[in-house]
Design a protein around this ligand. Structure first.
Ligand SMILES: [Mg+2]
Length: 289
């Protein structure tokens, strides 16, 4: 989301020394085992497939949608939201193919939406793109992990073996803690002819069948290379098929023309013979006469 310091800002609020000190006391009061086992909102998954299917984490902004405060003509959705007692109007454009993408992925994965944006903004957008609640979980800024340069998504918080987790995100910073699990997708802003979701779908379906998805980005490169080779082979086969049928046709034509030539020759010979016969008969007749 652009120009949105309140909703989308990744900078961390400055805290006083006193506040930080209180937080330390709070931390030590908690059971450390409990902290290590913390998984945000996903410890009790809704899907009956959990444990059998892989998890795909989908980012929101510039991956599935683009949103901004400034009005623009071809937006799909307008939101009136209240954040920190302030009203905001947000214009949202949906990336082409989002609903089909979610429908298809739902056949192979447990889907998790995970955004660094605020819940007040992201929830209605998620309602719009996934009205049937196919995603098993929705995670927001408060589930992100603060690093020096901003917020990231620590996939270990999902509580699953990382061999079964993929994240699709337009920012590589989002999976900087789990690089091998990330698939970077091209930024989406306004392009109504964008086909990126459609393009990556066959790969995501394919990789869902592997025992270990890592390293996702390299697997994607390999998948694309193989697809390209397959297309090339098919084109060559088609060309070979066309060339073979042309050769056969040519042979047929040659064969037909040879038969035609021979037939014509035979016919001509017959005519000649007949003419000779007629002539000889004529001669005989003439001689006889
Ligand atoms: Mg994003």
């Amino acid at each position: 989301m652009q120009n949105n310091q309140i909703i989308y800002s990744q900078t961390q609020e400055k805290r006083s020394f006193f506040n930080r000190l209180c937080s330390c006391f709070e931390y030590f009061k908690k059971d450390p085992k409990q902290i290590n086992q913390y998984h945000p909102e996903i410890d009790t998954p809704k899907s009956s497939f959990i444990g059998q299917r892989k998890i795909i984490v989908l980012d929101l902004d510039e991956t599935l949608v683009h949103s901004q405060f400034q009005h623009f003509d071809n937006h799909d959705l307008t939101l009136d939201i209240v954040v920190q007692q302030q009203n905001f109007k947000v214009y949202v454009i949906i990336r082409p193919g989002v609903k089909k993408f979610i429908d298809q992925l739902n056949n192979f994965y447990d889907i998790v939406f995970w955004t660094a944006s605020l819940k007040e903004y992201a929830m209605p957008v998620m309602d719009y793109i996934d009205p049937d609640r196919k995603a098993v979980e929705r995670l927001f800024r408060d589930s992100c992990t603060p690093l020096k340069n901003g917020l990231t998504k620590d996939l270990t918080k999902l509580g699953r073996d990382l061999k079964d987790v993929i994240i699709v995100d337009n920012s590589i910073f989002s999976f900087t803690m789990n690089n091998e699990n990330g698939l970077k997708i091209k930024d989406f802003f306004y392009d109504k002819f964008d086909r990126e979701l459609e393009n990556i779908l066959p790969f995501l379906i394919w990789i869902s069948q592997l025992s270990d998805v890592r390293p996702v980005q390299i697997q994607y490169g390999e998948f694309q290379r193989r697809k390209k080779q397959e297309r090339k082979n098919n084109e060559q086969q088609n060309l070979y098929g066309i060339s073979r049928s042309v050769t056969i046709e040519r042979k047929k034509m040659n064969h037909n023309s040879l038969i035609k030539t021979l037939t014509e020759q035979v016919t001509d010979d017959k005519k000649v013979n007949k003419a000779d016969t007629d002539e000889s008969e004529k001669e005989t007749f003439e001689i006889g006469n």
